[in-house]
Design a binder for this molecule. Structure first.
Ligand code: FA5
Length: 329
């Protein structure tokens, strides 16, 4: 009986030495170490072993099992495979990967990118400024005196006595002119905040694009032609535009820019933003000489631009983050 163990050991060692890959190693495991393998059969013979040889047989059989298991593990390591199945390698490197789910830019981000593109091609630099502003940049330097109703705490989001969330991107005009000697030609885009009640065209957080051009001899005709050029490139050459006289403390004269639009309830004029010639008091506040320099500025609502371009009838949809809506753009 003990001879059987020696035979099995020799046979197993020879078989293992001949194993060349994972599937063959798996065959080896099934043949010797599996639940119906040779070692199991060997233990089955224990019944037939004479009683005085039983302990020795058991010990030798166990020693053989341990030896074969160790030799199997070592071979497994050498082959670099777990060899669990005989059907081939576990990793199919030719299998196509799972396509990643791609997101997309929000329609407002897309609009901002388009604006940077159009104004960039017209020769404007891009400027930025902080969203938390002091009263000087949000009001005073923009010729908005302390007594002006626009400074009312109920019409602004104040952070403390002297700071607020900017209510318009015109603050960036001031920051740019403070740092840059004229001439200046910039556009600036960003969020602004006002405690306006939400309806189809108003939201308490929205985006504006601000334009500022300062040079010698700049006129209202330059402003009008720049805005017309922009509207015709952005919305198409047939878009109707009008400038309606208006008032802003920081421009004189001032106008509202409107485009003709039909969002399904008949054509009507939609206000996109304000504009005008920079008031001399603004130049004085930033240290520009108003006797030498002239300029114009505009500030347009980016949501309104996107609504006009894509036929969106309610501004609130832009901020509900419903992907079924956002996926359309
Ligand atoms: C201004 O904010 C001026 N700073 C614009 C300006 C700049 C004038 C430079 C002259 C020179 P107004 O408050 O009208 O102006 O806002 C400009 C545009 O922002 C509006 O025409 C509209 O398109 C948009 N807007 C204003 N309030 C809201 C709101 N609550 N929700 C969405 N868009 C708004």
């Amino acid at each position: 009986m003990l001879e059987k163990i020696a035979q099995l050991q020799a046979q197993a060692q020879a078989d293992l030495a001949a194993v060349a890959d994972g599937p063959q190693l798996e065959q080896f495991r099934i043949k010797y170490l599996g639940t119906k393998g040779a070692l199991k059969d060997l233990m089955g013979l224990l019944k037939q072993v004479p009683a005085d040889q039983k302990p020795q047989f058991g010990q030798r059989a166990n020693a053989l099992r341990q030896q074969l298991e160790a030799a199997f593990a070592q071979r497994q390591q050498e082959l670099g495979t777990k060899a669990k199945s005989s059907t081939g390698p576990l990793l199919d490197v030719t299998e196509p990967g799972l396509p990643p789910k791609m997101g997309r830019n929000h329609v407002i981000t897309q609009t901002i990118d388009d604006l940077i593109d159009v104004f960039g091609r017209m020769g404007f630099d891009i400027a930025t400024g902080p969203e938390v502003e002091d009263e000087f940049h949000n009001f005073q330097a923009l010729n908005i005196p302390l007594s002006h109703p626009a400074r009312d705490p109920l019409d602004n989001f104040y952070i403390d006595d002297k700071h607020l969330l900017r209510s318009q991107t015109s603050t960036i005009q001031i920051r740019v002119m403070e740092k840059t000697p004229p001439p200046v030609r910039i556009v600036a885009m960003g969020r602004v905040y006002r405690p306006d009640e939400h309806d189809a065209t108003h939201y308490s957080m929205f985006h504006q694009v601000e334009g500022l051009y300062v040079d010698r001899g700049v006129s209202m005709a330059d402003l009008k032609s720049t805005l017309l050029q922009f509207v015709h490139v952005y919305f198409g050459p047939d878009t109707e535009v009008r400038l309606r006289p208006s008032f802003f403390p920081f421009t004189e004269p001032s106008a509202e820019m409107e485009v003709r639009i039909d969002l399904g309830n008949g054509p009507r004029w939609m206000e996109l933003g304000g504009c005008g010639m920079v008031d001399p008091n603004v130049f004085k506040a930033v240290g520009y000489d108003p006797e030498i320099w002239t300029g114009w500025a505009f500030g347009l609502g980016i949501e309104r631009l996107a609504m006009r371009k894509y036929g969106i009838t309610d501004i609130r949809w832009l901020f509900e983050n419903d992907v079924r809506f956002l996926r359309q753009f």
